[in-house]
Write a protein that binds this ligand. Structure first.
Ligand code: SAM
Ligand code: SF4
Length: 338
């Protein structure tokens, strides 16, 4: 393979991280993510697994080193394991450093072992509560037991599990220490996420539920000695250490702190749109270029990617500070891939 110039955006950030949504569908209906009666995209609009592979491969050829598969729920896409099997060739060749996924965990019992065989080493599992009734309420369709069994299967398969928890005032604030303790006991990393104003689904409710991670951290500090960890994972999370246990806790705070300066990522949706920033509306439609049969060597597709990266904005504009939700984007997280 010939050496190609890396993808560098207008703010001199090198793009090395691609998140790919492989489906907009999901077996859950989390209240902050989807409405109960979601209309999903027609199949013809969704990239085939071969097209997804082609797109990911093009990005890897242009310097992407980390690939995160997401959705919707990535593991409900039919034949998704054939995609993982195929794309893992880039791990074997050493061009891709990490292949990972974000999942609600519902299908991990079925797939954890296969994922590990494809070279996946870590999974992020989203879980907001340890109380079965509350879990059913927040996910609408999910069952806690199924997810806990999935986490067991992932750990049994040797996968490192990180729990992602959306911080929700009046919902899981009272469980803070339970969740922290549970992750520690099971040797799982934990990251809290501030709820973001995505999608047209009861925004005022979401504003009520917004729980700043500064507040969450202060709550932690009431019981523990919490110290700053300077190292960065290259992602948007900042980390703190609980000195009493050595446990590291991550905070993804798009609202109370901006993490855009070091952004190295772009997001590809399941329809082939490339979002250069999660919090902005600008996007590039790569699907036409991807489906262009005249582009046999992929040169036009590469050009379309480069053109998109040249438009990557400096950052997002989410802001809850005036007690209204501004900087909101109308897409659902399941569309862009969280
Ligand atoms: N279905 C998978 C899952 O739930 O992990 C992957 C897709 S989901 C859209 C990715 C992440 O986005 C999850 O951790 C979820 O909690 C988070 N998420 C969804 N909507 C959100 C919102 N409005 N604000 C903050 N995080 C959100
Ligand atoms: Fe599905 Fe994940 Fe969205 Fe929940 S957060 S509805 S599991 S895509």
């Amino acid at each position: 393979m010939d050496a190609r110039a890396d993808l560098i955006d207008p703010f001199h950030r090198k793009i090395t991280y691609l998140r790919v949504s492989v489906t907009d569908r999901c077996d859950f209906r989390c209240v902050y993510c989807m409405s109960e009666d979601m209309t999903f995209l027609p199949k013809k609009e969704i990239l085939t697994l071969e097209e997804l592979d082609k797109a990911c491969t093009a990005f890897i050829n242009l310097g992407v080193r980390k690939l995160r598969i997401t959705g919707g729920e990535p593991l409900v896409r039919r034949s998704i394991m054939s995609f993982f099997e195929s794309i893992s060739r880039h791990l074997d060749s050493g061009r891709l450093e990490e292949l990972t996924l974000t999942t609600n965990g519902s299908q991990l019992s079925r797939y954890a072992k296969q994922l590990a065989e494809c070279g996946v080493r870590r999974v992020n599992v989203s879980l907001d509560t340890l109380v079965p009734e509350k879990f059913a309420k927040i996910t609408r369709w999910g069952r806690l037991n199924q997810v806990l069994a999935g986490i067991d299967a992932a750990q049994d398969a040797g996968l490192r599990v990180k729990i992602n928890t959306v911080a929700l005032k009046g919902f899981n604030d009272i469980e803070l220490f339970d969740i922290v303790g549970w992750c520690h006991a099971r040797d799982m990393d934990l990251t809290f996420i501030e709820v973001m104003p995505m999608g047209d689904i009861g925004n005022e409710e979401r504003l009520d539920r917004y729980w700043s991670l500064d507040e969450l951290r202060s709550r932690l500090a009431e019981r523990y000695t919490v110290s700053e960890v300077s190292e960065s994972s290259g992602g948007p999370a900042r980390y703190a250490r609980i000195e009493e246990t050595g446990q590291k806790v991550g905070f993804i705070t798009p609202l109370s702190h901006n993490f855009c300066e070091s952004c190295n990522r772009v997001r590809l949706t399941c329809t082939g749109e490339l979002f250069m920033c999660l919090g902005q509306e600008d996007k590039a439609d790569l699907r036409a270029a991807l489906r262009n049969e005249a582009d046999s060597d992929g040169a036009l597709f590469e050009e379309a990617i480069r053109d998109a990266i040249s438009r990557k904005p400096k950052g997002h504009d989410f802001d809850y500070s005036r007690q209204t939700v501004s900087g909101r984007v109308s897409r659902h997280m399941s569309h862009t891939g969280g």
